[in-house]
Design a protein around this ligand. Structure first.
Ligand code: GLU
Length: 284
């Protein structure tokens, strides 16, 4: 019997903070509790515009300091862009994606113009072929979006699609969760400047790496809907999900990179020991 396989999948867009440590230690604890348990580390560095080598180097250093033991080498997504492009092609060959030339601003305006509540997320459609050809010839940038309409037709509806939540979503969601891809709309699967976007790379890698349990923060609970849909469309196995609570600072706010929350390196420099940090967060 094969054991639990889980992963910690940070993006090197900043230094790790307490929230990351909590997530990584939650995954490690689950892997250790399972007799055949394994913990993988995945560097989610597909967005070259935001990722930096010094942040990646710091991830290895900070996690080692924390006492995390992951299998090496870590998978670095930037080394596998052709794999993700292949998955995108598979969806494209089945008419499940379309080119969207709208800018972020145009999308926001379109959502804003719709009658109240009628359009909270973007849903679109391919342009007429001649219009699309004209824009392509003019070199206009575009993103590939997943067509929920085409996906629904391909699967004969979403009614039977489920994922298993063994942890808890932000509203206490637990157990068999019915997949509602419409909450995310026609998500972007690839962008001109990045090549592939987060959802597709995560789904592809979780399957390729044999991840049986996705253990991550509740901030990604909603993303699971579209990720489960992509698994179904690509014929990939569905892992079990264990979303965990988000750690909050003493002022009640959650730790986040953008708030310059205390980083693990700052904690280390100020003399905090890994053992103290683990204890503080309820581990060991
Ligand atoms: N790379 C994502 C992040 O840093 C996490 C992806 C995941 O766990 O599915 O937030």
């Amino acid at each position: 019997m094969t054991g639990l396989v889980t992963r910690f999948a940070p993006s090197p867009t900043g230094y790790l903070h307490r929230g990351h440590a909590y997530s990584a230690l939650t995954a490690q604890t689950a892997a250790r509790r399972d007799p055949g348990g394994r913990l993988l580390l995945r560097i989610e560095d597909i967005d070259a515009t935001r990722c930096r080598p010094e942040f990646e180097a710091a991830i290895y250093e900070d996690l080692a300091w924390l006492g995390l033991d992951w299998e090496t080498p870590a998978r670095r997504q930037s080394e596998h862009l052709a794999d993700y492009a292949g998955a995108l092609d598979q969806l494209g060959a089945r008419g499940l994606i379309y080119r969207c030339f709208r800018t972020r601003k145009e999308i926001a305006e379109e959502i804003g113009r719709a009658p109240h509540g009628a359009m909270e997320v973007f849903r679109g459609a391919p342009l007429p072929p001649r219009e699309e050809a004209r824009r392509l010839a003019a070199g206009e940038p575009f993103a590939w979006r997943l067509s929920l309409e085409a996906a629904e037709a391909a699967l004969g509806g979403f009614a039977t699609l489920r994922f298993l939540e063994e942890g808890e979503g932000p509203n206490g969601e637990h157990g068999e969760i019915r997949v509602r891809p419409e909450i995310g709309g026609d998500v972007v699967l690839a962008r001109k400047d990045v090549g592939v976007a987060y959802h597709l790379a995560v789904v592809f890698d979780d399957a390729l790496q044999g991840v049986t349990h996705v253990i991550r923060g509740q901030d990604l609970f909603e993303a699971t809907h579209v990720q489960r849909l992509l698994q179904a469309l690509l014929g990939l196995p569905a892992p079990v999900y264990r979303h965990h609570r988000l750690l909050t600072a003493p002022d009640g706010r959650r730790y986040a990179k953008r708030d310059r929350a205390e980083t693990l390196r700052e904690l280390r420099a100020s003399g905090v020991t890994p053992a103290a940090l683990r204890r503080e967060m309820g581990f060991d």
